[in-house]
Design a binder for this molecule. Structure first.
Ligand SMILES: Nc1ncnc2c1ncn2[C@@H]1O[C@H](COP(=O)(O)OP(=O)(O)OP(=O)(O)O)[C@@H](O)[C@H]1O
Ligand SMILES: [Mg+2]
Length: 469
């Protein structure tokens, strides 16, 4: 690339000096033409003295030599004096003398040969004697009386232009080199954040989710790095909650298994065990199996709703009917605890949705209220319509949930009172299932609680049937 640039610089420099040289010669030609007009009346009158005075005045700066010939080409006046009386024999002079007005110019090399511009300007000038000639006809009354000839030392001019050309090549070269270095440096600066990001991605791919990259570079790079960091934070937290979930799930599954193992071993190794104790053990084993079944069922529900592999049904239903059905299912337990189940259905809650999933939402919330509220407690279920949504509130006057726990109760396996929950048989999956099922229906759920006073769960669901009508 650098070489290309240098070649281009040399070519441009040559064109430039070529142009300037031509301009210079053209100026000399014009000057000579004007001089020829001035000389014409004196040449007609044969006033050699005046002619010599004019020519000497014009050549007084010493850089040029002026000659005046008659129409035959014989030199009448020479400011250099050595050629006076000589007859010039030059094709250019003939051309002007025969052709008339037009001035002409040429560059003649040391051997007297005319040189074309291309060669002149690319030539090595050292040690050569170059002359530039301009010839202009001296005309009076449409008659060529003679010719004015200007001889200038072209070497100096050409050398100056040559130096200019070389200097421009040097300047262009320096610029090219600087641009080349700058582009290398710039490419390095640009590619460094990309390299860092690539490294980060490779670390992530290798399983290190704690990888973060520095946010730097241009705006797009910074956005990319920030997006990468957000993504890796999310992946890390997902990975942590997955590990937590797996360890919780195995713990929950192992506990009933361990209990069952102890009881079964007792039954095996004590064949003459009391009949009543044996029945009690078998009943306990049966309950543990139910518990295992329930946990596995809950886990499967969570998995299905998590991966969204299960299609949501879209059937017309009444939420009020579902509340009544749930009330019937829970009534025996509530009655055992002398609790009051109060249903206040302000709206029928007609909507479209998945009947069994909506039923599970209501059941889990009402079951919790019955389960955690003390004897003689009151459980209220309110259903009301609010524009295009329906609101279900399940509240109780139970023990309430401490503030610190309230934000965690929708987490998987989270239970406020671990020891007590075991006696009432919970696994801590109920509310996380509820939250997932509500979200699947495009709704929201929140919990409000005052310790010692009670808890309320508020579910807002969109009435899908309006959209499908
Ligand atoms: N109405 C409520 N009053 C007081 N605490 C509650 C109430 N509902 C839920 N909780 C607390 O929130 C925890 C989480 O409830 P969640 O329904 O998720 O699990 P669980 O009832 O313990 O078990 P599961 O529902 O899976 O059988 C419960 O363990 C309990 O401590
Ligand atoms: Mg529950």
């Amino acid at each position: 690339m650098g070489l290309c640039f240098l070649a281009m610089a040399r070519f441009l420099g040559s064109i430039m000096s070529d142009y300037l040289f031509e301009e210079k010669l053209a100026a000399e030609r014009t000057g000579l033409e004007t001089l020829a007009v001035r000389l014409a009346p004196f040449l007609r009158d044969g006033d050699t003295q005046s002619l010599a005075a004019i020519l000497r005045e014009e050549a007084s700066d010493g850089s040029t030599r002026l000659l005046l010939t008659d129409e035959s080409g014989e030199v009448r006046i020479d400011t250099g004096e050595s050629m006076t009386g000589w007859k010039l024999n030059n094709a250019y002079l003939d051309h002007v003398l025969i052709g008339g007005m037009n001035a002409d110019s040429a560059v003649i090399d040391a051997n007297g040969k005319m040189v074309n511009f291309g060669r002149v300007l690319f030539a090595d000038l050292s040690g050569e004697k170059w002359q530039a000639y301009c010839v202009a006809a001296v005309v009076w009354d449409s008659r060529v009386l003679g010719a004015a000839v200007l001889e200038a030392d072209a070497e100096g001019i050409l050398r100056t232009f040559g130096q200019m050309r070389d200097r421009s090549v040097l300047i262009f070269g320096a610029i090219a080199l600087a641009a080349l270095i700058a582009s290398f440096l710039f490419a390095g600066v640009l590619s460094r954040p990309v390299g860092e990001l690539t490294g980060g991605i490779q670390h992530m791919a290798g399983g290190d989710f704690s990888t973060r990259v520095r946010v730097r570079g241009n705006r797009e790079m910074r956005q990319l790095a920030a997006a990468f960091n957000t993504m890796s934070e999310k992946v890390e937290s997902l990975d942590q909650s997955r590990n937590q979930f797996v360890s919780n799930a195995s713990h929950e599954l192992k506990t009933p298994l361990a209990t069952m193992k102890i009881m079964i071993e007792s039954l095996i190794y004590q064949p003459d065990m009391d009949k009543d104790l044996r029945t009690e053990f078998l009943t306990d084993i049966d309950r543990e199996i139910d518990r295992l079944n329930a946990i596995i069922g809950d886990l499967l529900t969570l998995m299905k709703t998590d991966s969204r592999s299960e299609k949501l049904k879209n059937e017309p239903l009444s939420l009020a009917d579902l509340c009544h059905e749930t009330e019937h299912r829970l009534l025996p337990i509530a009655e055992q605890k002398h609790q009051h189940l109060v249903l206040n259905m302000k709206d029928k809650g007609e909507m479209t949705g998945d009947r069994s999933k909506l039923s599970q939402i209501i059941y889990n919330l009402m079951e919790n209220a019955v389960k955690y509220t003390q004897e003689n407690g009151v459980i209220r279920v309110i259903l009301e319509r609010n524009g295009k949504t329906v609101r279900l509130t399940v509240s109780d006057n139970g023990p309430g949930i401490p503030k610190a726990d309230l934000s965690h109760i929708f987490d998987r396996f989270y239970r406020v009172d671990k020891a007590r929950s075991r006696t009432v048989g919970g696994t801590g999956l109920g509310l996380s299932i509820v939250r997932q099922l509500v979200a699947l229906h495009g709704g929201t759920i929140r919990a409000e609680s005052v310790e010692g006073e009670g808890t309320a769960f508020i579910v807002e669901l969109p009435l899908h049937q309006e959209n499908h009508a």
